[in-house]
Design a protein around this ligand. Structure first.
Ligand code: GLN
Length: 535
């Protein structure tokens, strides 16, 4: 087993997760079996209770683990299906040590960061990638953070235990461009490497994030000051068109060759063609369309990361540039002329969400899509919104709502799941992870999923469609096309007399991949294009 550890220097948001995922992709192109893992040094047990504005989207794994959005990158860039073994926070590590202390597992001993916390970290690294050739572990945060120290110490110990030739340290760092001086600066990188060396880690490869190309002189300088060979100073330029260019860019810099050489891996040559094909499609689209994303987090793409990526995948699939116009749900509530607002929008997508803010604006958007025959994809909250809209404007229940928004509504078309009603704690208690959905023959959904009978999709919600209203909805043109076979929960519905209006209680975006666009997203964009061609 070979271990690659990825650390970050100078600033956060360097795209370490993307770099780790792209390295994983390159090693898979060389037919190696890769396992990806992430440690986050914060004290929350998981990001499930954090605000998406601070942390970005909460990515959900098949087994229901709520995790950092980098795990989404790992699943999109590599073929791995991740589980709770692939993601840990300091909170989990400390909780486990404290639990053991209370159980008496360390009787007589003083419990300390070294060795007790570091042992827990090492155990989790050793346990994760049992059948992989290469394990890639990313440490969240930035070198120099106090809370990151136990992780770095654990990595240093692993290099000692597993022999240095099986362990590789990759440091991703920023080379800032100072406008006033008109030059790139290497000093912050030197200092962050010095921090690593202080703890006993000498990086083997330095990946330099930079706005403009770094010169040979600069590579020499980084090599000299950071004590790495020149060829191991890798340039990672800002990506212009798409994140899916990154494997190509790193391959061009020979990253996979250097990694294989340093780890003494005899790997096959790199079959990079699939990534080239993807980038080719992105760079030369044959079509263009615009989708309105009706949302409450406006400037933070990370809050809807996987939705953005799934749309990017449908661009690849349909060979079409898909522009995303973010529509402020609250602003929509104030609009007199909604028509004007949606003038250039070819399709409407309402993503998942929680709480009251912007809900009425989203209902307006769903109404507009239904009445004007605009393709509509409602995801989780977006599906619930479509149900409320239908109950209000088709069935005439003007006060219809979800009990999440108005607990005492007289027409609770969306209500809390039975299994959720007695739950008090907020962390990790929603309906989470992959559940089967049985598709109803001869429906749009059935066709979109290529006439499969069962599909599995990932969930993250507390509320559901209220089955008391099912008959009435059906009698008025709503088709329930996907149901959970064990509990008869509504998973998918679609409008009968509408070209493409689909609501799903799950999150299809979590299973979309650049080479395997999720069928709902692929088909949604195809419907947008079809409608435009007809006009
Ligand atoms: N707030 C809704 C629920 O809990 C929808 C959740 C979501 O969109 N992920 O059911």
């Amino acid at each position: 087993m070979k271990y690659i550890f990825i650390t970050g220097g100078v600033v956060s948001s360097l795209g370490k997760g993307l770099t780790a995922g792209s390295l994983g992709a390159l090693l898979e192109c060389r037919r190696l079996k890769v396992c990806m893992q992430k440690f986050d040094p914060y004290l929350n047990i998981d990001p499930g209770t954090m605000n998406p504005l601070q942390h970005g989207e909460v990515y959900v794994l098949d087994d229901g683990t709520e995790t950092d959005l980098d795990l989404g990158h790992y699943e999109r860039f590599t073929s791995s299906i991740l589980s709770k073994k692939n993601t840990f926070t300091s909170g989990q590590i400390y909780a486990s040590v404290l639990q053991k202390e209370r159980n008496g597992d360390y009787l007589g001993k003083t419990v300390q960061v070294i060795p007790h916390i570091t042992n827990e970290i090492k155990e989790r690294i050793y346990a994760a990638g049992e059948d992989a050739d290469v394990m890639i572990t990313e440490i969240g945060g930035t070198t120099g953070d106090i809370e990151g120290l136990p992780f770095l110490e654990a990595l240093r110990q692993i290099a000692l235990e597993r022999d240095h030739e099986n362990v590789l340290f990759v440091h991703v760092t920023l080379i800032p461009f100072l406008k006033a001086a008109g030059e790139l600066k290497t000093k912050p990188t030197q200092q962050s490497v010095a921090k690593l060396r202080e703890i006993g880690i000498q990086p083997d490869i330095i990946i330099c994030r930079t706005e403009i190309p770094i010169s040979d002189d600069m590579r020499q300088k980084i090599s000299l000051f950071c004590n790495v060979p020149v060829k191991s100073v890798i340039e990672e330029l800002d990506l212009k068109v798409s994140i899916y260019e990154l494997p190509l860019l790193l391959h061009f810099e020979k990253l996979d060759d250097i990694v294989c050489e340093k780890l003494h891996i005899q790997a096959q040559s790199c079959e990079i063609q699939p990534w080239e094909n993807i980038v080719e499609k992105i760079k030369f689209p044959k079509n263009e369309c615009t989708i309105g994303l009706v949302a409450k987090y406006l400037d933070v793409k990370d809050a809807y990361k996987s939705v953005y990526e799934a749309i990017a995948h449908s661009s690849i699939y349909n060979n079409c540039k898909v522009n995303i116009e973010v529509i402020d749900a609250e602003e929509l509530e104030q609009m007199d002329d909604v028509d004007e607002f949606f003038k250039d929008i070819g399709g409407i997508l309402i993503p998942g969400g929680f709480g009251n803010r912007g809900v009425e604006g989203k209902i307006l958007a769903a109404e507009f899509a239904r009445e004007h025959h605009i393709p509509y994809l409602g995801i989780c909250l977006g599906m619930q919104i479509a149900a409320i809209e239908f109950a209000r404007h088709v069935l005439g229940y003007t006060d219809a709502n979800s009990t999440e928004m108005v607990p005492a509504t007289t027409h609770p078309v969306i209500h809390m799941m039975l299994t959720q009603r007695n739950i008090q704690k907020k962390g990790g208690t929603m309906r989470l992870g992959s559940y089967p959905c049985k598709l109803v023959p001869r429906t749009k959904a059935h066709k979109i999923y290529q006439e499969m009978i069962y599909v599995n999709e990932r969930h993250r919600h507390r509320y559901e469609f209220n089955n008391d209203y099912r008959k009435e909805f059906e009698a008025n043109g709503m088709v329930f096309s996907g149901l959970n076979p064990d509990f008869d929960l509504v998973e998918i519905f679609e409008l009968e007399n509408h070209p493409w209006f689909i609501g799903v209680q799950f999150h299809p975006e979590f299973q979309s991949r650049p080479q395997r666009t999720h069928p709902l997203f692929a088909n949604f964009v195809a419907a947008v294009l079809q409608r435009r061609d007809k006009q």
